[in-house]
Design a protein around this ligand. Structure first.
Ligand code: SAM
Length: 149
């Protein structure tokens, strides 16, 4: 099986329901926190510090265009976008299953201007300089062609 197909298959399972994955990314469930500590050496405090570091780079009240790639299940960023109602957000990921979970969260939180596009970060389906901000976190390790990414 090609590497990209392996990744799609792996994230298909994780995207389904996404509770274990979301608990791991947020360190909010016992199982998720345990997995995060064992696999990544990251517990709730470090996770919160890491998130602040990324989110603090986005200006308060940001109202421009933002590309997030890979968005995964959006468990970390949909609550952020809820606080930026003027922002125009485009989310891209290889896995339609992960993004289905992100779409559900966007709908539940009433995130106004967000679109989801399936695609490869190594071959972005958009022109250069289309976005004011590109947000990418927790993804580089999962992307096979790092040069293209
Ligand atoms: C660990 S998840 C991280 C998602 C999200 N940023 C987060 O913090 O939860 C990694 C994601 O990378 C996606 N991915 C892997 N290779 C990709 C590629 N070439 N282009 C776009 N997305 C890719 C996977 O489908 C998966 O959803």
């Amino acid at each position: 099986m090609a590497r990209k197909d392996q990744i799609s298959a792996a994230y298909k399972q994780l995207g389904h329901g996404a509770s274990m994955y979301d608990g791991m990314m947020t360190c909010t469930t016992m199982l998720g926190t345990t997995v995060s500590r064992v696999v990544w050496g990251i517990g709730p405090e470090l996770n919160a510090a890491y998130l602040s570091c990324v989110f603090d780079a986005i200006p308060e009240g940001f109202d421009g265009t933002l590309l997030e790639v890979p968005v995964g299940t959006g468990v970390l960023t949909m609550p952020l976008y809820q606080t930026l109602p003027q922002a125009k957000v485009t989310c891209l990921d290889y896995s339609a299953d992960m993004m289905a979970s992100a779409q559900q969260k966007a709908d539940a939180l009433g995130v106004a201007d967000v679109t989801f596009t399936q695609g490869d970060v190594g071959a972005l389906p958009c022109a250069d300089e289309s976005f004011d901000i590109v947000l990418a976190m927790n993804g580089f390790h999962a992307i096979p062609d790092k040069e293209a990414a």
